[in-house]
Design a protein around this ligand. Structure first.
Ligand SMILES: C[S@@+](CC[C@H](N)C(=O)[O-])C[C@H]1O[C@@H](n2cnc3c(N)ncnc32)[C@H](O)[C@@H]1O
Length: 236
């Protein structure tokens, strides 16, 4: 696995050290082991995990510059995507991985220990609750999220975590104009605007991926996020 991951990344200008390759191997082995007893991922074949989980998670660094010392939160991280690959790649950036499913958070705490990651904390919570907690509200430079909800819902989950001037990066497999225009009201209410819409293909495939980058231009009203379940039931 190490060689394949190393080559794929190197060919795409992402350099991984021996230590980082070992950390990916430990993560992969443990994810496959634990996937037998809990639902972590439907993608298990090594080449596919490398491309669709590991490389996909890291590919944002080709388009966005994370700076040392910055704080990043991954909302709805699941089995740790994109948070764990980014944390392995960027040891000087501080990551909070959060999810509403406790089993996955316990799994991630083990991954962090096994990989010796010093820049990751894992929190069991719903986004709607954690974003109201003083310790986490408007404390992050960047928020990332992959495959959690449609854009209007996602903005209400994610924008409250970000500092004014910070960035929200939505990983999308398809970016529809309709979803973007449906989120206009959420963008206005949450004081953010689309800064970049990046579309690319995973290397040597025709699998399309999109990054939507939203800049937060003002603080979030205390009205948001609304209580548990409301953002999904009644998107802004
Ligand atoms: C389809 S999975 C995607 C996981 C991962 N981001 C990925 O791309 O593989 C969606 C995850 O979002 C979490 N989730 C959904 N709604 C949430 C909420 N309101 N707060 C926190 N986590 C949430 C779920 O528990 C689940 O683990």
């Amino acid at each position: 696995m190490n060689e394949k991951l190393y080559e794929l990344c190197k060919n795409n200008e992402i350099d991984l050290s021996e230590k980082q390759l070992e950390q990916f191997q430990i993560f992969y082995d443990y994810m496959i082991e634990m996937n037998q007893v809990m639902n972590l991922t439907s993608i298990t074949e090594e080449d596919e995990v490398i491309l669709k989980h590991f490389y996909d998670s890291m590919s944002i660094v080709k388009y966005f510059d994370f700076k040392p010392g910055e704080y990043v939160i991954d909302v709805g991280t699941g089995a740790g995507f994109p948070g764990i690959p980014l944390a392995i790649l960027l040891p000087k950036v501080q990551f909070t991985l959060m999810d509403s499913l406790n089993k996955r958070i316990v799994f991630l705490q083990d991954v962090v220990k096994k990989c010796g990651l010093k820049n990751v904390e894992c929190i069991h919570s719903r986004a709607e609750e954690l974003a109201k907690n003083e310790k986490y509200r408007e404390k992050y430079d960047v928020c990332v999220s992959r495959a959690v909800a449609n854009l209007s819902v996602l903005l209400e989950y994610c924008i409250p975590f970000i500092k004014k001037g910070g960035m929200f990066i939505s990983y999308k497999s398809i970016s529809s104009e309709e979803e973007l225009s449906d989120s206009k009201n959420a963008q206005n209410k949450l004081c953010c605007k689309l800064k970049k819409n990046i579309s690319f293909e995973l290397p040597d495939t025709d699998i399309r991926r999109n990054f939507l980058l939203f800049e937060k231009f003002d603080n979030t009203s205390s009205k948001y996020p609304r209580n548990n379940g409301i953002p999904r039931k009644k998107p802004l």
